[in-house]
Design a protein around this ligand. Structure first.
Ligand code: NAP
Length: 286
């Protein structure tokens, strides 16, 4: 198991501990992100959709820590797909982030909406823009988010630069085994969004029993379930205590038997989001 960092297929090393910024600036300030920097995070996951790019820029500026000590990922949103659109979206992200390069740039979703029939061409065109940005040295790595194997196949069939990561929902109860195995076979690092199931899985009896067995919190069980399967978790937290807890990814190891239990537990905690389906409201699933 690689520790403290992951290596992407293009040779770039990235910090293993990363901080997700979705809803991390609900108070409309850079405060939470500043707290995460002080807790020790250097990898930040943002997106044009999150509205946190400006807050991240502000927090980095206020930290006094040089830009090149940070690893910044952003993503283009559904309405920003297409060759010209993607390039313009990238430029807007750079401006909001007050930087002249990104460490990673992702296509946020493979389809603008589930009924969009021409997605293969749209994805290929969008990817061509990302390849150009990569070759021009404006971004150090390019990748995907919420792409399932059939979507990634289309990129691989049409690309010159292969994607380095695929960021998908991943947590006990929704660990997308087929997509994870597919990505591993293709040398694509899986990143886990909602690695704690947005707290929906933290009270599950299996996870609670493992937390007791290992003497750790339920959140730590979820994070170990990611890193021990070669998946990079991107947790979001609001307090320094939780931030520090989530930074510590390698202090204990789950036994293989427990990993299988977590990987095969009945589906629970799914967000209701799926690229090929209309969103299901979590409240309606219960
Ligand atoms: N690519 C995509 O489509 C996509 C979609 C969704 C998310 N993401 C990325 O993934 C990141 C994380 O996902 P997420 O925010 O949905 O879910 P998450 O990280 O699974 O869960 C966040 C929730 O867990 C709580 N929490 C954090 N650490 C905890 C701990 N140690 N113990 C107990 N509770 C804890 C947080 O509470 P407090 O905040 O109150 O501390 C928050 O309510 C996002 O911020 C975003 O960067 C990407």
């Amino acid at each position: 198991m690689g520790k403290e960092e992951f290596t992407l297929s293009n040779g770039i090393k990235i910090p293993a501990a990363a901080f997700g910024t979705y809803k991390a600036a609900d108070g409309k300030s850079a405060e939470v992100i500043g707290m995460a920097i002080r807790a020790g995070y250097r990898y930040f996951d943002t997106a044009s959709f999150y509205g946190t790019e400006e807050y991240l820029a502000q927090a980095i500026e206020e930290s006094g820590i040089p830009r090149n000590s940070f690893f910044i990922t952003s993503k283009l949103w559904k309405e920003e797909m297409g060759y010209e659109n993607a390039k313009a979206a990238f430029q807007r992200s750079l401006e909001r982030l007050k930087t002249d390069y990104l460490d990673m740039y992702l296509i946020h979703w493979p389809l603008p909406d589930p009924a969009y029939s021409n997605w293969k061409e749209l994805d290929a065109e969008t990817w061509r823009a990302l390849e150009e940005l990569y070759r021009a040295g404006k971004v150090r790595a390019i990748g995907l988010s919420n792409f399932l194997p059939h979507h990634v196949d289309n990129i691989l069939a049409n690309c010159e630069v292969p994607p380095t990561v695929d960021q998908i929902e991943y947590h006990p109860g929704y660990s997308q085994e087929a997509a994870v195995r597919y990505c591993r076979d293709k040398g694509i690092l899986v990143q886990a969004w909602s690695p704690l199931g947005r707290t929906r899985v933290l009270q599950d009896p299996l996870i609670l029993s493992m937390a007791e067995k290992y003497g750790v919190t339920p959140a730590k069980i979820c994070l170990a379930f990611a890193v021990q399967r070669g998946v990079q978790p991107l947790p979001k937290a609001s307090s320094p205590e939780r931030m520090k807890e989530n930074l510590d990814l390698f202090s204990f190891e789950l036994e293989q038997e427990d990993i299988w239990r977590l990987a095969t537990m009945p589906q629970t905690g799914w967000s209701g989001e799926h690229p090929d389906r209309v969103r299901v409201r979590y409240e309606d699933m219960k």
